[in-house]
Design a protein around this ligand. Structure first.
Ligand code: ADP
Ligand code: MG
Length: 230
Protein backbone atom coordinates (compact mmCIF):
# COMPACT_ATOMS: atom_id res chain seq x y z
CA UNK A 1 0.00 0.00 0.00
CA UNK A 2 2.84 2.38 0.75
CA UNK A 3 4.20 1.96 -2.76
CA UNK A 4 0.69 2.54 -4.13
CA UNK A 5 0.29 5.71 -2.07
CA UNK A 6 3.61 7.06 -3.22
CA UNK A 7 2.62 6.35 -6.79
CA UNK A 8 -0.71 8.21 -6.63
CA UNK A 9 1.06 11.03 -4.86
CA UNK A 10 3.57 11.35 -7.66
CA UNK A 11 0.87 11.16 -10.28
CA UNK A 12 -1.13 13.97 -8.78
CA UNK A 13 1.99 16.10 -8.48
CA UNK A 14 2.67 15.52 -12.17
CA UNK A 15 -0.94 16.46 -12.86
CA UNK A 16 -0.63 19.67 -10.89
CA UNK A 17 2.56 20.58 -12.72
CA UNK A 18 1.00 19.85 -16.10
CA UNK A 19 -1.94 22.08 -15.25
CA UNK A 20 0.47 24.84 -14.25
CA UNK A 21 2.51 24.49 -17.43
CA UNK A 22 -0.64 24.47 -19.55
CA UNK A 23 -1.74 27.69 -17.89
CA UNK A 24 1.67 29.29 -18.46
CA UNK A 25 1.51 28.36 -22.13
CA UNK A 26 -1.99 29.67 -22.62
CA UNK A 27 -1.34 33.20 -21.43
CA UNK A 28 1.44 34.09 -23.87
CA UNK A 29 -0.48 32.22 -26.55
CA UNK A 30 -3.46 34.54 -26.14
CA UNK A 31 -1.17 37.52 -26.51
CA UNK A 32 0.49 36.02 -29.63
CA UNK A 33 -2.90 35.40 -31.14
CA UNK A 34 -3.90 39.02 -30.56
CA UNK A 35 -0.80 40.42 -32.23
CA UNK A 36 -0.99 38.08 -35.19
CA UNK A 37 -4.55 39.28 -35.67
CA UNK A 38 -3.27 42.86 -35.53
CA UNK A 39 -0.56 42.21 -38.15
CA UNK A 40 -3.19 40.58 -40.31
CA UNK A 41 -5.32 43.72 -40.16
CA UNK A 42 -2.48 46.24 -40.58
CA UNK A 43 -0.57 44.46 -43.32
CA UNK A 44 -2.87 42.19 -45.28
CA UNK A 45 -0.03 41.52 -47.74
CA UNK A 46 1.41 39.13 -45.14
CA UNK A 47 -1.80 37.15 -44.91
CA UNK A 48 -0.16 33.96 -46.21
CA UNK A 49 2.15 33.95 -43.18
CA UNK A 50 -0.31 35.16 -40.59
CA UNK A 51 -2.86 32.56 -41.58
CA UNK A 52 -0.28 29.84 -41.01
CA UNK A 53 0.65 31.43 -37.69
CA UNK A 54 -3.01 31.51 -36.68
CA UNK A 55 -3.60 27.85 -37.48
CA UNK A 56 -0.41 26.84 -35.66
CA UNK A 57 -1.48 28.84 -32.60
CA UNK A 58 -4.81 27.03 -32.74
CA UNK A 59 -2.94 23.75 -32.86
CA UNK A 60 -0.87 24.55 -29.77
CA UNK A 61 -4.05 25.53 -27.98
CA UNK A 62 -5.66 22.22 -28.97
CA UNK A 63 -2.67 20.24 -27.72
CA UNK A 64 -2.61 22.12 -24.43
CA UNK A 65 -6.34 21.56 -23.89
CA UNK A 66 -6.20 17.86 -24.63
CA UNK A 67 -3.00 17.40 -22.65
CA UNK A 68 -4.62 19.09 -19.68
CA UNK A 69 -7.48 16.65 -19.86
CA UNK A 70 -5.06 13.72 -19.79
CA UNK A 71 -2.77 15.04 -17.10
CA UNK A 72 -5.48 16.25 -14.79
CA UNK A 73 -8.29 13.79 -15.20
CA UNK A 74 -11.62 14.70 -13.69
CA UNK A 75 -12.71 12.42 -10.86
CA UNK A 76 -14.67 9.53 -12.35
CA UNK A 77 -18.25 9.55 -11.18
CA UNK A 78 -19.90 6.20 -11.88
CA UNK A 79 -23.68 6.31 -11.94
CA UNK A 80 -26.36 4.43 -13.84
CA UNK A 81 -27.28 6.26 -17.06
CA UNK A 82 -29.56 5.48 -19.96
CA UNK A 83 -26.89 4.77 -22.53
CA UNK A 84 -29.12 5.75 -25.43
CA UNK A 85 -29.29 9.32 -24.11
CA UNK A 86 -25.52 9.67 -23.87
CA UNK A 87 -25.08 8.68 -27.49
CA UNK A 88 -27.99 10.81 -28.68
CA UNK A 89 -26.65 13.89 -26.87
CA UNK A 90 -23.31 13.54 -28.64
CA UNK A 91 -24.81 12.98 -32.06
CA UNK A 92 -26.89 16.12 -31.61
CA UNK A 93 -23.68 18.12 -31.03
CA UNK A 94 -22.51 17.21 -34.53
CA UNK A 95 -25.75 17.91 -36.35
CA UNK A 96 -24.81 21.29 -37.81
CA UNK A 97 -21.27 20.27 -38.68
CA UNK A 98 -22.52 17.16 -40.47
CA UNK A 99 -25.07 19.13 -42.46
CA UNK A 100 -22.34 21.53 -43.56
CA UNK A 101 -19.97 18.74 -44.51
CA UNK A 102 -22.42 16.47 -46.28
CA UNK A 103 -22.07 13.75 -43.68
CA UNK A 104 -25.04 11.53 -42.82
CA UNK A 105 -25.25 9.78 -39.48
CA UNK A 106 -27.35 6.63 -39.41
CA UNK A 107 -28.15 5.43 -35.90
CA UNK A 108 -29.41 1.98 -34.96
CA UNK A 109 -29.92 1.25 -31.31
CA UNK A 110 -31.62 -1.73 -29.72
CA UNK A 111 -31.15 -0.40 -26.24
CA UNK A 112 -34.14 1.74 -25.37
CA UNK A 113 -34.02 1.11 -21.60
CA UNK A 114 -30.46 -0.09 -21.17
CA UNK A 115 -28.72 1.46 -18.20
CA UNK A 116 -24.95 1.51 -17.89
CA UNK A 117 -22.81 2.30 -14.86
CA UNK A 118 -20.56 5.01 -16.21
CA UNK A 119 -19.30 8.56 -16.03
CA UNK A 120 -21.59 10.17 -18.58
CA UNK A 121 -19.36 13.16 -19.32
CA UNK A 122 -16.32 11.02 -19.87
CA UNK A 123 -18.18 8.58 -22.10
CA UNK A 124 -19.52 11.50 -24.10
CA UNK A 125 -15.90 12.53 -24.66
CA UNK A 126 -15.22 9.07 -26.11
CA UNK A 127 -17.97 9.41 -28.69
CA UNK A 128 -17.07 13.02 -29.43
CA UNK A 129 -13.49 11.96 -30.22
CA UNK A 130 -14.59 9.05 -32.40
CA UNK A 131 -17.23 10.95 -34.35
CA UNK A 132 -14.80 13.81 -34.87
CA UNK A 133 -12.28 11.40 -36.37
CA UNK A 134 -14.96 9.84 -38.57
CA UNK A 135 -16.04 13.25 -39.90
CA UNK A 136 -12.44 14.32 -40.46
CA UNK A 137 -11.83 11.14 -42.47
CA UNK A 138 -14.53 12.20 -44.96
CA UNK A 139 -13.59 15.63 -46.29
CA UNK A 140 -16.02 15.16 -49.18
CA UNK A 141 -18.86 13.87 -47.04
CA UNK A 142 -20.11 10.34 -46.55
CA UNK A 143 -21.91 8.07 -44.15
CA UNK A 144 -21.35 7.30 -40.49
CA UNK A 145 -23.24 4.28 -39.16
CA UNK A 146 -23.59 4.10 -35.42
CA UNK A 147 -25.01 0.98 -33.83
CA UNK A 148 -25.41 -0.07 -30.24
CA UNK A 149 -26.63 -3.36 -28.88
CA UNK A 150 -26.76 -5.28 -25.68
CA UNK A 151 -24.96 -8.62 -25.91
CA UNK A 152 -24.59 -10.89 -22.88
CA UNK A 153 -23.05 -8.70 -20.18
CA UNK A 154 -21.68 -6.08 -22.52
CA UNK A 155 -22.79 -3.12 -24.51
CA UNK A 156 -21.32 -3.17 -28.02
CA UNK A 157 -21.12 0.08 -29.91
CA UNK A 158 -19.87 0.37 -33.48
CA UNK A 159 -18.97 3.54 -35.30
CA UNK A 160 -18.34 2.98 -38.96
CA UNK A 161 -17.34 5.63 -41.47
CA UNK A 162 -16.98 5.57 -45.23
CA UNK A 163 -13.83 7.67 -45.14
CA UNK A 164 -10.28 7.41 -46.37
CA UNK A 165 -9.39 4.51 -44.08
CA UNK A 166 -6.07 3.83 -42.36
CA UNK A 167 -3.12 2.08 -44.06
CA UNK A 168 -1.91 -0.99 -42.08
CA UNK A 169 1.50 0.53 -41.27
CA UNK A 170 -0.23 3.56 -39.75
CA UNK A 171 -2.89 1.62 -37.85
CA UNK A 172 -0.46 0.28 -35.27
CA UNK A 173 0.57 3.81 -34.27
CA UNK A 174 -2.71 5.68 -34.03
CA UNK A 175 -3.26 5.42 -30.29
CA UNK A 176 0.24 6.65 -29.46
CA UNK A 177 0.54 10.05 -27.80
CA UNK A 178 0.82 12.90 -30.31
CA UNK A 179 0.58 10.60 -33.33
CA UNK A 180 -1.38 12.43 -36.00
CA UNK A 181 -1.61 12.48 -39.78
CA UNK A 182 -3.57 15.72 -39.79
CA UNK A 183 -2.42 19.26 -40.48
CA UNK A 184 -4.17 20.52 -37.35
CA UNK A 185 -4.36 17.31 -35.36
CA UNK A 186 -3.18 16.88 -31.77
CA UNK A 187 -2.78 13.11 -31.80
CA UNK A 188 -4.35 12.84 -28.37
CA UNK A 189 -7.97 11.97 -29.17
CA UNK A 190 -7.59 8.20 -29.30
CA UNK A 191 -5.23 8.18 -26.33
CA UNK A 192 -7.82 9.97 -24.21
CA UNK A 193 -10.48 7.64 -25.58
CA UNK A 194 -8.48 4.57 -24.57
CA UNK A 195 -7.86 6.02 -21.14
CA UNK A 196 -11.55 6.66 -20.47
CA UNK A 197 -12.50 3.21 -21.74
CA UNK A 198 -9.93 1.68 -19.42
CA UNK A 199 -11.53 3.46 -16.48
CA UNK A 200 -14.80 1.79 -17.49
CA UNK A 201 -13.14 -1.60 -18.00
CA UNK A 202 -14.08 -1.30 -21.63
CA UNK A 203 -12.14 -2.02 -24.79
CA UNK A 204 -11.75 -0.67 -28.30
CA UNK A 205 -10.81 -2.35 -31.56
CA UNK A 206 -10.25 -0.52 -34.81
CA UNK A 207 -10.57 -2.11 -38.23
CA UNK A 208 -9.86 -0.23 -41.39
CA UNK A 209 -9.60 -0.60 -45.12
CA UNK A 210 -7.89 2.04 -47.19
CA UNK A 211 -10.27 4.11 -49.31
CA UNK A 212 -13.24 2.21 -47.85
CA UNK A 213 -13.52 3.29 -44.28
CA UNK A 214 -12.94 2.57 -40.65
CA UNK A 215 -14.93 0.75 -38.00
CA UNK A 216 -14.35 1.34 -34.33
CA UNK A 217 -15.89 -1.18 -31.96
CA UNK A 218 -16.31 -0.34 -28.31
CA UNK A 219 -17.25 -2.86 -25.64
CA UNK A 220 -18.43 -1.76 -22.24
CA UNK A 221 -19.26 -4.18 -19.44
CA UNK A 222 -22.45 -3.44 -17.51
CA UNK A 223 -20.92 -3.63 -14.07
CA UNK A 224 -17.48 -2.01 -14.25
CA UNK A 225 -17.75 -0.62 -10.72
CA UNK A 226 -17.63 -4.08 -9.15
CA UNK A 227 -14.13 -4.48 -10.53
CA UNK A 228 -12.99 -0.91 -10.07
CA UNK A 229 -13.79 -0.81 -6.36
CA UNK A 230 -11.45 -3.70 -5.45
P1 ADP B 1 -5.99 13.45 -34.28
O1 ADP B 1 -7.43 13.27 -34.70
O2 ADP B 1 -5.77 14.75 -33.57
O3 ADP B 1 -5.02 13.25 -35.41
P2 ADP B 1 -6.43 10.97 -32.88
O4 ADP B 1 -5.74 10.34 -31.71
O5 ADP B 1 -7.89 11.22 -32.74
O6 ADP B 1 -5.65 12.33 -33.19
O7 ADP B 1 -6.20 10.08 -34.17
C1 ADP B 1 -4.87 9.71 -34.54
C2 ADP B 1 -4.78 9.35 -36.01
O8 ADP B 1 -5.52 8.18 -36.27
C3 ADP B 1 -5.36 10.38 -36.95
O9 ADP B 1 -4.45 11.42 -37.24
C4 ADP B 1 -5.67 9.54 -38.19
O10 ADP B 1 -4.52 9.32 -38.96
C5 ADP B 1 -6.05 8.20 -37.58
N1 ADP B 1 -7.52 8.01 -37.50
C6 ADP B 1 -8.26 7.96 -36.37
N2 ADP B 1 -9.55 7.73 -36.65
C7 ADP B 1 -9.64 7.62 -37.99
C8 ADP B 1 -10.74 7.38 -38.91
N3 ADP B 1 -11.99 7.21 -38.48
N4 ADP B 1 -10.43 7.33 -40.24
C9 ADP B 1 -9.16 7.48 -40.68
N5 ADP B 1 -8.11 7.72 -39.86
C10 ADP B 1 -8.34 7.78 -38.53
MG1 MG C 1 -8.98 12.96 -33.33
Amino acid sequence: TEEFLRRTDKLSLAGEMAAGVAHEIRNPLTSLQGFVQLIDEKSPEHHTYTSIMKSEIKRIDGIVNEFLMLAKPQPVIMKPHLFKEILEDVILLFETECALKNVMIDVRMNIRHTELMCDANQLKQVFINLLKNAIEAMPNGGLISVSALHYENELIIKIQDSGEGIPPHILEHITKPFFTTKEEGTGLGLLITKDILKQHNGSMTIQSKEKQGTTVEIRLPFLPSAVLSL
